[in-house]
Design a protein around this ligand. Structure first.
Ligand code: SAH
Ligand code: SF4
Ligand code: F3S
Length: 438
């Protein structure tokens, strides 16, 4: 019996697919990359319409396969199915779906499969409870050695006006610090070399504890003190909440990567207000200044959106301007996509041609910056965690500040730290060779 999981969306989903894999393996399924699956799980995303359309296209293609093999189990889980009314819509459009679960009820997957196998009962479940309990002892079939994902909190309270996440993931719930520390310690003892802490807004970690016993800075410090040769990353930080205390802790410990993902979304104060982001461009620039004062080599990456309702040419120019000022080491750029049920979807929309022109301009600007920054790496030595081998046999890994480097070496080096001299750069790509020097 074989399973296949199609994962869409963010790191959170990538990690939750490791949980789904564990559930399926417990039931006796083994993974397949081919088409011989007996169960297929779609772990879905709905952050933009393009994500949804892609998934719906894939589900549509299963109709024929299911007809040829009625025993095939089709399960749709995750953010897309958590949207209001979506489960019903999916059921009527694709009646061959067997299981639908929301992002907050993945723990029901095993029972849903057993119910189907034993009682021929389909399960369609999406949460109406806004604040489901945090389950601490989740088991995962991890697939990303030497990196491990660790969820520190679920949900989001911010309600940025463009964003669907708070509606599909519910309110912020933090995991207990003791559980997180125990999980990280165990992973490090198992040989994982890099841990990435996950949360929609990690800086509000602990806000939901009534006794306020710990905050994100406190958690980071505790994790940084776990002995061993490893490093810790985290995402995502919100500019309204990233404070000096956190910056100081990152600066203080070598185990904490000097790499901060700090989505700016827009460089225009008008748009930031309309987005409900609770910071101004000056506040953002001030945080960047503080980070760089304390950690001059810290990589700062970002998410930027163009075409939010009401974005004028002037607003867009403000975005380009701040991109040039900050010089991000990397940026994920998006065209705003109206999401049903969010306030921005009701505002007056911008024509697609304008959005398309703006994103091209933005990408061009950022590419130029990335290229210039890459040049600065040439001739310098960085400590790199060897993560993987590519098809051409070359190894790849990341610097502490988050840059991907390609170099030659033995596959046996995967999972160890090596010093790499950067010999060449090409736009966003860095190439190097392993060296004994530091
Ligand atoms: N919690 C994180 C990221 C969540 S989603 C944060 O607050 O930064 C990842 C990115 O998708 C966002 O940073 C945003 O840039 C983009 N995004 C979210 N909703 C979007 C929408 N409706 N249209 C286009 N991009 C969107
Ligand atoms: Fe969405 Fe904003 Fe929450 Fe990020 S902080 S998940 S963009 S609502
Ligand atoms: Fe998508 Fe859900 Fe992540 S909507 S971006 S998978 S939190």
């Amino acid at each position: 019996m074989h399973y296949k999981i199609n994962t869409y969306g963010c790191q959170m989903n990538v990690h939750e697919s490791e949980r789904i894999a564990h559930s399926l393996e417990k039931l006796g399924y083994t993974e397949t990359k081919e088409d011989n699956f007996d169960i297929i799980v779609f772990n879905t995303c709905c952050i933009r319409d393009t994500a949804e359309q892609k998934i719906l296209g894939h589900i549509g293609k299963l109709k024929k396969i299911k007809r040829a093999n009625p025993k095939l189990i089709i399960a749709i889980v995750g953010c897309m199915s958590s949207q209001k009314g979506k489960a019903e819509e999916l059921r009527s459009k694709y009646p061959y779906i067997d299981i639908i679960l929301g992002a907050n009820n993945l723990e029901d997957l095993e029972n849903a499969i057993l119910n189907l196998q034993n009682n021929h009962k389909k399960t369609f479940l999406t949460p109406d409870d806004d604040k489901p309990q945090v389950i601490e002892d989740v088991e995962y079939t991890r697939t990303s050695m030497p990196n491990a994902w660790v969820n520190i909190m679920y949900g989001c309270n911010n309600f940025c006006t463009y964003c669907i996440v708070p509606y599909v993931r519910g309110r912020e719930r933090s995991r207990k610090p003791e559980s997180i520390i125990a999980e990280c310690t165990e992973l490090i003892n198992q040989g994982y070399k890099e841990i990435t802490l996950l949360g929609q807004n990690v800086n509000s970690y602990g806000n939901d504890f009534e006794d306020k016993r710990i905050d994100f800075a406190g958690l980071l410090e505790r994790l940084a003190q776990i002995p061993g040769d490893h490093r810790i990353r985290f995402m995502t930080s919100h500019p309204k909440d990233l404070n000096e205390k956190v910056i100081d802790i990152i600066a203080k410990y070598d185990t904490l990567c000097k790499n901060i993902h700090l989505p700016i979304q827009s460089g225009s104060n008008n748009i930031l207000t309309a987005m409900n982001r609770h910071y101004t461009r000056d506040k953002y620039l001030e945080i960047v200044k503080k980070i760089r004062e304390k950690m001059p080599l810290c990589g700062i990456t970002t998410d930027i959106m163009v075409g939010f309702p009401g974005e004028s040419e002037r607003d867009f120019e403000d975005t380009l301007d701040i991109v040039k000022q900050v010089k991000f080491s990397g940026a994920f750029t998006y065209i705003y996509s109206p999401r049903k049920g969010t306030p921005a979807s009701l505002m007056e929309q911008i024509p697609y041609e304008i959005k398309s022109q703006r994103i091209q301009k933005l990408i061009k600007t950022q590419n130029q910056i990335t290229k210039e920054l890459s040049k600065n790496y040439e001739g310098k030595i960085y400590r790199v965690l060897v993560e993987d081998a590519k098809d051409d046999g070359k190894l790849c890994g990341r610097t502490d500040c988050g840059r991907l480097v390609t170099f030659s070496g033995d596959k046996a080096f995967i999972g160890s730290f090596k010093n790499v001299l950067i010999t060449k750069s090409q736009s966003a790509s860095l190439f190097g060779e392993i060296t004994e020097e530091k």
